[in-house]
Ligand binder design. Structure first.
Ligand code: DI6
Ligand code: FE
Length: 401
């Protein structure tokens, strides 16, 4: 069992309250059994920890290890051609309605073997781990048939077997209507989506159930049927909601006590209030906003006013957010959405943990797991400030399996 002390560090505990960042200067922390045993000013380290091996952090910054709470990192192929088409004037919705978009990744994913899916996912996962990420949420939703949905979820589990990373797998069968069910979304939900969810759950492959509630995807009534099945199976839910229009998806998610509602550019105050009442986290995905050159920003001021927690994630996917940097996503959350660097860091740690229902990760507090990132910077605002620069010194995360 690991027992050690890290000393002479600046520690952003992200435990909330004051001072900002929960900052401890000239700090130390003690780790026992992969848990935080103590954190505070180095001069106050209790006697019982003074005989443990101590490592001098030379005034580096320690934060909770980062958590990417929304990715589609397992996917076949890429959509560089659609990137070109959008630059030539086509919209994301037009491309989707013409059979491209999510459906083009579905074709590539159906054709890919488990080995190919795993190798391409690991390549992207490694970029996240190099930035001090401990935990990655991975969605299915590019299979849209029972076999391929299961293959994606198995690949997500294999990521955690190949690397020291915690993976949370979300079933996203209600992501798009596949070509063989064109014009028959209800039949798709009944004949494919719900049976795939049951099969995946039986095999222990599902930690949460997600959906895409949008004009180009599924109506609230269709998502509700998937959520009812999730509830019957005892699985928590989350939802892609209000990304391109307001269909009341966040309110639906709140009625099912969703862990999170994600995107939310078109959310109104009624939806924000419903999320607050349900304790639902708002997941901000500035990489998709940037890639699609959106102009309607999510209602950050309303989230602040109502006290709705905001997470920040990459939304790593081949179409709307080919982003494999959580630090860049934090920078975009600040520059594009006007979140503060403190909110952005909380969004990639404490609030991201909440968005995944993880109660023992995301802050540096006694009793929580010691999942830490050590950075070659002096102040936590530097993590959001630089662009395309990775200041990670090391990840200290214990065994995440
Ligand atoms: N919203 C997203 O950001 C991803 N899925 C979704 O429902 C993007 C999916 C894609 O374009 O491949
Ligand atoms: Fe997404």
């Amino acid at each position: 069992m690991a027992e050690f002390v890290l000393t002479n560090a600046t520690i952003a505990t992200m435990a909330g309250g004051t001072p900002a960042y929960g900052l401890v200067e000239h700090g130390a922390l003690a780790v026992e059994d992969d848990k935080i045993a103590w954190v505070g000013p180095a001069g106050e380290l209790p006697a019982q920890f003074r005989q443990l091996e101590a490592e001098d952090m030379e005034e580096r910054l320690i934060t909770p290890a980062l958590i990417d709470c929304h990715t589609h990192i397992v996917a076949g192929g890429n959509r560089a051609r659609e990137f070109e088409m959008r630059l030539e004037g086509a919209s994301y919705e037009e491309i989707a309605r013409a059979g491209g978009g999510i459906i083009s990744t579905v074709s590539a994913t159906r054709e890919a073997s488990e080995e190919r899916l795993l190798a391409s996912a690991l390549n992207r996962v490694d970029h996240l781990l190099a930035e001090g990420v401990s935990t990655i949420e991975i969605k299915s939703g590019y299979g849209l048939d029972v076999d391929t949905e299961l293959r994606m979820l198995k690949t997500a589990r294999l990521v955690a077997a190949e690397r020291n990373v915690r993976v949370r797998a979300s079933f996203l069968g209600a992501h798009a209507v596949p070509p063989e069910y064109k014009g028959q979304p209800d039949a798709y939900i009944d004949e494919v989506c719900i049976p795939a969810l049951e099969a995946a759950n039986e095999q222990g492959l599902v930690d949460a159930v997600d959906g895409f509630c949008e004009g180009i995807a599924f109506t609230p009534a269709q998502i509700e049927r998937v959520f009812e099945k999730a509830s019957a199976l005892g699985l928590p839910v989350k939802l892609h909601a209000e990304q391109l229009s307001n269909l009341g998806g966040a309110e639906l998610a709140a009625r099912f006590n969703a862990l999170s509602a994600d995107h939310l550019e078109y959310l109104d105050e009624t939806g924000v209030a419903a999320m607050k009442a349900a304790g639902c986290v708002a997941v901000m995905l500035p990489g998709a906003f940037y890639t699609l050159r959106e102009t309607q920003k999510p209602p950050i001021d309303l989230f602040r006013k109502h006290g709705v927690g905001m997470a920040v994630a990459t939304d790593c996917n081949p179409g709307s957010s080919p982003v494999t940097s959580l630090l860049l996503s934090m920078n975009m959350a600040c520059t594009l959405f006007r979140m503060t660097p403190e909110e952005a860091l909380a969004g990639a740690t404490r609030e991201a943990a909440r968005a995944l229902g993880l109660t023992n990760s995301g802050t540096i507090e006694p009793g929580k797991r010691s999942e830490l990132a050590v950075w070659n910077v002096a102040h936590p605002a530097e993590l959001s400030y630089r662009i395309g620069y990775n200041p990670l010194a090391k990840r200290i995360v214990g065994d995440l399996s």
